[in-house]
Design a protein. Structure first.
Length: 710
């Protein structure tokens, strides 16, 4: 064992750590392992952070100087937590340890060897705003017309360039796959990219992507620098290796090329960031690159009950591109996960709220409950129900539904159909059009708002420049189509489907499709209303909701949101855990996403997302989904293929029974009977009856409706 530890030049500290009693057998084998390449497959909740920090302590006790270790993480939060734990074990801060994110370590190395990079050691680092400003300057210098037509925003451009850099793909191939509508302006996009790169070099400034690219270039092209760094780092430890991109993996290979004492920790079953250029093959092919690598598995799970892990294990087993492993729970037996089909999204939301109130009555704090979803728009019905009940919630992974820019754009146009004097709505509606800047939009808005109705204003003659006239024509076209719509839902769809607005979204936002899906969901919600005024009033109340249960709770929220439910996308929930977890919209085409259907690689990542969602729960897990979507035009939904993959008997189905929605009276539709297992909860409107483990609990719904009678 001693032969693996390369430096005995200084006395080894005696930390008095009883490794075997403080670690389980799996963890101890990793911590006490020798040298060479080591692949640690750490399942969810298996104590990987504990294992890494104890490994650092072990290496120090066995003679490795602290300055000869490199610990790489992905987030500043993870780096801080790791250092805090190491400090706790050592009972002193590990001064000299190289620890941090890939970007922070790259920055440190590039400043050490700045003379070899062309940027020097005093280069600037551009934050997001700085980088956007510089790219705007480049577009202006190239005299590209971005006002008379749709041209990608700097945010969209930088997103495409970043993905191309980190995935090591050509800009053309990225446009073909991710932004086909910009293929026709490839020449101009390429020119902007080249000018942006040149401007950064002239300014001796790097953005975040450059930190990794320049470090890789330095290590590849300067043998002396590579040798010095490879010799320095006797042991390299990498956390969350499944999330590395190709550049990061190559950097790790080069830095470990001297001593080859490389330990990577990760879980291929939790690789869910391919949209950021993370490459799962890095962990799957690790033993191909390092044929002598020792492989370890951490499968003892300290988070979830056996019943939850049984479901997670069964579903992820259907992936073909993975390392076979099965998590084992260290906890006592608990309840089986529930599968809950509901008539529609509204009933699904009502069930979730009633169930979380029941959980609170059982002693689970609100902050110990999370609702997770595949896509942001899946939370819309639940957000309304939470606001209706006055339940505070925190939204992670984006903005709350009614705070999103595209939803506000739709509402501004709808407000004009109701009130032509609305100066603010006119200004917002006009500014999304090409050729209409803030000043011009305000002048037009002041004129338009003088008319009694939007219909009258649209017919008024306007003296504008040709460019502004083109933009105003877009606003006219959208509003005329919306005015022709007899119902609020049709007006929303007219807005969302108008070519002018679709082009705006594609040019301004890298997630244009998700924004269109939000608008589709808004239209579905609007189908409950026949009166535009009632719909807008409900929207306004929703948008102004403060998220507080009552005034007495406000102080508690300010102290840390201790009484707040978490709503989160699954991507944002990775690495976190709660006592109870609800997973919404587990229906085919929703989760998994319809974009992944028919593509095995994408389906496998969706399944990994499902696995991540399930393994966030400590003791209670609920999978819910609507059997139908829409109100006037109803679409039937099948449960997710991932729910079908749960073996019979591992989960209990909760059957919700309630009065059929009004549209069903004139149709042959009847609520499907879902029979997987024996639990049968009843759900009547307005009374909810929960029959759980032989104990009945009745909760009355609030009288009336938050959204008004409709």
């Amino acid at each position: 064992m001693k032969d693996f530890f390369l430096s005995q030049q200084q006395p080894s500290p005696n930390l008095h750590i009883d490794y075997q009693s403080e670690l389980n057998d799996e963890q101890y084998r990793v911590v006490s392992g020798g040298g060479g390449p080591m692949l640690v497959l750490a399942g969810a909740g298996s104590g990987k952070t504990r294992t890494i920090t104890y490994r650092v302590a072990w290496l120090l006790e066995h003679g490795t100087p602290v300055e000869n270790m490199l610990l790489l993480t992905f987030t500043n939060k993870a780096a801080k937590e790791m250092m805090t734990r190491v400090e706790g074990l050592l009972r002193a801060y590990p001064t000299g340890l190289w620890s941090g994110t890939f970007h922070s370590i790259a920055n440190r190395m590039l400043r050490m060897y700045g003379a070899y990079t062309g940027f020097g050691s005093d280069f600037s680092i551009l934050d997001e705003e700085d980088a956007n400003d510089l790219m705007k300057m480049c577009i202006k210098e190239l005299k590209i017309d971005t006002k008379g037509r749709r041209f990608p925003s700097v945010g969209v451009l930088r997103g495409l360039l970043s993905y191309a850099n980190n995935a090591r793909r050509s800009l053309q191939s990225v446009l073909n796959d991710r932004a086909e509508h910009f293929v026709g302006i490839l020449h101009e996009v390429t020119a902007v990219a080249e000018r942006y790169a040149s401007a950064k070099r002239m300014a001796k400034a790097m953005d975040f992507d450059d930190l990794l690219l320049e470090l890789l270039k330095l290590l590849q092209e300067n043998e002396s620098v590579r040798a010095q760094l490879a010799h320095r780092f006797q042991f390299i430890l990498v956390d969350e290796f499944q999330d590395t991109n190709i550049i990061q993996s190559d950097i790790v290979d080069l830095l470990s090329s001297g001593h080859r004492n490389l330990l990577v920790v990760g879980d291929d079953a939790q690789s869910i960031y391919s949209f950021r250029a993370a490459e799962i093959r890095n962990i799957l092919d690790f033993q191909k690159r390092y044929s002598d690598a020792q492989s370890y598995r951490l499968v003892m799970n300290y988070r979830s009950t056996p019943e939850i892990l049984a479901v997670a294990n069964a579903v992820i087993a259907n992936n073909s591109e993975q390392f076979a492993k099965e998590l084992v729970s260290a906890k006592t037996s608990g309840e089986k996960p529930n599968i809950v089909p509901a008539n529609d999204a509204r009933e699904e939301a009502q069930y979730v709220v009633e169930q979380l109130l029941k959980l609170i009555d059982e002693g689970i704090e609100l902050q110990g409950i999370a609702v997770l979803f595949r896509a942001a728009f899946h939370s819309q019905a639940l957000e309304f129900e939470l606001m209706k009940r006055g339940i505070a919630y925190e939204y992670r992974g984006g903005m709350k539904f009614f705070e999103r820019a595209h939803i506000k754009d739709a509402v501004a146009h709808l407000r004009l159909l109701r009130n032509g004097h609305d100066l603010v709505a006119w200004a917002r509606a006009l500014q999304i059009q090409p050729g209409l800047g803030i000043t011009t939009s305000q002048k037009i808005a002041e004129t338009m708002s003088q008319y009694d109705s939007a219909r009258d204003a649209l017919e008024a003659p306007m003296k504008l420049s040709p460019r502004a006239q083109l933009g105003f024509a877009g606003t006219r076209s959208i509003l005329r189509m919306m005015l022709a719509a007899p119902l609020p839902s049709e007006a929303v769809r007219a807005f969302a489907n108008h070519e002018s607005y679709r082009l705006y979204l594609e040019a301004e936002y890298p997630n244009a499709r998700e924004r269109v899906e939000d608008l589709d969901q808004l239209a579905v919600f609007a189908e409950q209303y026949r009166d535009l005024g009632a719909f807008l009033d409900a929207m306004t109340l929703a948008g102004d909701f403060s998220g507080r249960i009552d005034d007495a709770d406000s102080g508690q929220r300010e102290e840390g949101d201790r009484n707040t439910l978490i709503l989160s996308t699954i991507h944002q929930a990775k690495g976190l855990e709660w006592d109870a977890v609800f997973v919404l919209h587990c229906a085919q085409g929703m989760f998994p996403s319809d974009r992944s259907m028919g593509q095995s690689r994408e389906i496998e990542e969706e399944r990994r997302l499902f696995y991540v969602a399930a393994t966030r729960a400590r003791s209670k897990l609920y999978f819910t989904y609507p059997l139908t979507t829409g109100y006037e035009s109803v679409e039937l939904r099948q449960q997710s293929m991932f729910l079908d993959e749960i073996p019979f008997g591992m989960a209990e189905t909760v059957r919700l029974r309630r009065a059929m929605p009004a549209w069903s009276m004139s149709s042959s539709y009847s609520s499907p009977t879902v029979s997987r297992h024996h639990q049968s909860d009843e759900f009547e409107e307005p009374t909810i009856v929960l029959d759980d483990m032989g104990e009945k609990m009745v909760k009355k719904s609030a009288p009336g409706s938050f959204l008004g009678d409709h």
